[in-house]
Design a protein around this ligand. Structure first.
Ligand SMILES: [Zn+2]
Length: 351
């Protein structure tokens, strides 16, 4: 009796195993994802899976039936594993195919372009000015923007009580250091080195405690020039700057010098150019004057030579300074200086 019950147990196990196999295969067939496939593997073949549970009932099976049942367990496991592996391979291939399809590059699409910038009117004006002076044999020299008060003022014959030193005009870092108010200190530094002759321009950023409006900014740019050699006269100054004006504004440009005062030059002058819009007849652009003020200049003051250790009996020279923004505003007919600092690419691209 006991024996026959044990034999029955073997048959029941066989049936259970067949049922497991069928359910497993059905589930695998319905599965469309690798994750679900793995869940099925765990559910049927895992340590706590159904097949393991069946094996726990082996002790109920008659010993002579056990090898047979064991074999069926193995076959079931093998069958499920085979189908699982096959499904896994197929699903992986399918997934890869989908991925390839979704990542296809459409070579007919227009490419994304990097938006290129555009040269600023200041840069364009500076490049042009540099080109003109380099063509005349000038050297371009750079200098510090945070400068000693000495180089910014005193070496240039601007003593402590000079109005230009008024604190309202200048950003002071401390008693001895300022944000340079002009690029002339570069000239003082070059003169001090004593390597003569000198033929240089020094372009760069300068600072003044000015309110922002259509013609003023606390930070702007200058290009200053200096020539020192034996026998330099005012005629050299006039000839050089007349040539500069022609190259910058056109071959018909005339120049006019008006007496002026600068601490570091003597005599000093302001130079006007004939209006390049109306040719000097007078128009809205030159406010009916026919002339446009463009730069300051003069013969280097003998006192500056003394301060910088150059023999004033042997050498003479001239200096000039032009506002870069002034040139850019004139040349590109811009009516408000603030536009130059807003960096609106739509504005900048017009030049
Ligand atoms: Zn005009």
């Amino acid at each position: 009796m006991i024996k026959s019950e044990r034999s029955m147990e073997a048959i029941r196990m066989k049936e259970r195993l067949e049922a497991i196999r069928e359910r497993a295969l059905a589930q695998i067939n319905e599965t469309d994802s690798l994750d679900k496939l793995n869940d099925i593997r765990v559910a049927f073949l895992g340590k706590k899976g159904e097949l393991t549970e069946v094996l726990k009932g082996m002790k109920e099976v008659a010993p002579e039936d056990r090898p047979k049942v064991g074999q069926i367990v193995n076959e079931t496991r093998q069958a499920i594993e085979e189908v699982l592996d096959k499904a896994k391979t197929e699903l992986a291939a399918k997934k890869r195919e989908l991925q390839l399809k979704s990542e296809v590059i459409d070579v007919t699409l227009p490419s994304k372009r990097d938006e290129l910038g555009h040269k600023h009117p200041n840069t364009l004006a500076l490049e042009e000015i540099q080109k003109i002076f380099i063509g005349m044999g000038y050297e371009v020299v750079d200098g510090p923007e945070v400068e000693y008060d000495y180089y910014n003022f005193e070496a240039l014959n601007i003593p402590a009580n000079h109005p230009a030193k008024d604190e309202q005009d200048t950003f002071y870092i401390n008693d001895k250091i300022v944000l340079r108010t002009q690029t002339s200190p570069v000239q003082a530094r070059v003169m001090e080195k004593g390597k003569l002759p000198i033929r240089m321009i020094s372009p760069g950023r300068v600072y003044r405690a000015d309110e922002v409006d259509a013609t003023h900014s606390p930070c702007f740019h200058q290009v200053e020039g200096l020539v020192i050699d034996k026998g330099i006269t005012f005629a050299d100054l006039k000839g050089t700057l007349a040539e500069f004006a022609k190259e910058l504004f056109g071959p018909d440009t005339k120049v006019k010098f008006r007496p002026h005062h600068f601490p570091f030059t003597e005599p000093s002058a302001e130079m006007d150019v004939s209006c390049f819009k109306c040719g000097g007849k007078g128009c809205r652009f030159c406010k009916g004057e026919g002339w446009i003020e463009i730069l300051g200049c003069g013969m280097v003051h003998p006192h500056v030579f003394e301060l910088c250790g150059i023999d004033k009996e042997e050498y003479t020279g001239f200096a000039f300074g032009v506002g870069l923004e002034r040139v850019a505003l004139l040349k590109y007919e811009i009516d408000d200086m603030r536009l130059l600092y807003e960096n609106d690419i739509r504005f900048i691209k017009q030049f």
